[in-house]
Design a binder for this molecule. Structure first.
Ligand code: MG
Length: 353
């Protein structure tokens, strides 16, 4: 005879729940655990990515004992490549913990001295060769180029072993030098957003992209972006030769310096002959009967207003891409507005805005 099983009509308890226990151990932590101590990243180094664009690394060897900074803070800011380090391999882009050397042997001592003098030390570097796109096929989230950059910066931090911050702009956006986004982010990170929190006169930026011409000893600088960054922030600029080697400052002309135009505008605004609220306060003179005036400026900057207020009364004709839609029609219009024959007869000035 078959015995009836207990609770044959069904269990009074719900079936046991298969619990999924989330592990708090990451693959990175496991990998770090098995690494020799000498190869482990310092735990007091924190990396983060801002707006999927800016790479930020902050290193503080004495985080727990760090005092609040004394305000105002002096900031010693540096470019990285060809200023703090140079590649010791064929390519500066082949980044690794051993692919670099100091730009000059005095640099570690000089940076440690700046730290002892109370400077906040930051590196602001354009890193257009670094990709931040995630690779869904890989467990490792960082791209190879980002891993290489982090490894190189980590090795620099470890050698200096003082509080340091690294900012690397990887895209053509507000962070890229000479724009000031990296500086602004640094102010947020260090709690220096308040007015007067930074000693502007005591702060400086050092970089090799200084817009210098070619000499017998040196190639032409690839860009003036480091010099322009300092100008945009409003702090002193020096080249690596001037700062680390004590070289004499080289004269430099920005060519186009908006400050000069603003100063002219202020003088015009205070002139009794010109209405203070007039957009025509800046005098514009026609120096040649045949002139092309090109307007550059963000939407709403006043390009069209300036044309109608100042240039149209002087007889300029207007060529505008907003109306003509394409660059091709714009350029065709530009060259047909004043036919070659009538250039001599009419000598009509043209403006593009
Ligand atoms: Mg550089």
């Amino acid at each position: 005879m078959k015995r009836a099983t207990p609770h044959s009509t069904g269990s009074i308890s719900p079936p046991p729940i298969k619990r999924k226990i989330d592990s708090t151990t990451t693959s990175k932590a496991v990998a770090t655990f098995f690494k020799p101590a000498s190869q482990r990243p310092p735990e007091n180094l924190i990396w983060r990515i801002v707006e999927n664009s800016l790479v930020v690394g902050r290193y503080n060897p004495n985080e727990k004992t760090q005092d609040e900074p004394k305000l105002p803070v002096k900031v010693a800011a540096f470019d990285l490549d060809d200023t703090i380090i140079v590649a010791n391999t064929g390519s500066k882009w082949a980044r690794s913990p051993t692919s670099w050397k100091w730009w000059d042997q005095s640099i570690p001592g000089r940076l440690k001295q700046l730290h002892e003098e109370g400077y906040a030390i930051v590196f602001l570097s354009n890193q257009g060769n670094v990709s931040l796109k995630d690779n869904p096929k890989s467990l490792q989230k960082d791209t190879p180029s980002l891993v290489n950059l982090k490894n190189q910066i980590t090795s620099i931090f470890r050698q200096l072993d003082i509080p340091l911050s690294f900012y690397g702009a990887t895209a053509q956006d507000r962070f890229r030098k000479p724009r000031t986004g990296m500086w602004d982010e640094m102010l947020d990170d260090l709690g220096l957003q308040a007015e007067d929190a930074v000693d502007v006169d005591g702060s400086f930026y050092v970089g090799d992209a200084a817009g210098r011409a070619k000499t017998d000893q040196r190639n032409k600088d690839h860009a003036p972006s480091d010099r322009h960054l300092a100008a945009n922030i409003g702090i002193r600029f020096q080249t690596p030769e001037e700062f680390f080697l004590g070289a004499a400052p080289e004269p430099y002309d920005h060519g186009f310096d908006p400050l000069r135009h603003l100063e002219r505008a202020e003088i015009s605004q205070t002139s009794s002959e010109v209405p203070k609220d007039s957009s025509t306060a800046m005098t514009f003179t026609k120096n040649d009967p045949q002139e092309l005036v090109i307007f550059c400026g963000s939407p709403g900057a006043g390009k069209s207003t300036f044309f109608w207020d100042v240039l149209e009364p002087l007889g300029y004709e207007r060529v505008n891409q907003d109306i003509l839609k394409t660059v091709r029609t714009l350029s065709m219009s530009l060259f047909t507005t004043v036919p070659a024959q009538s250039l001599i007869e009419r000598l009509t000035p043209i403006s593009c805005c």
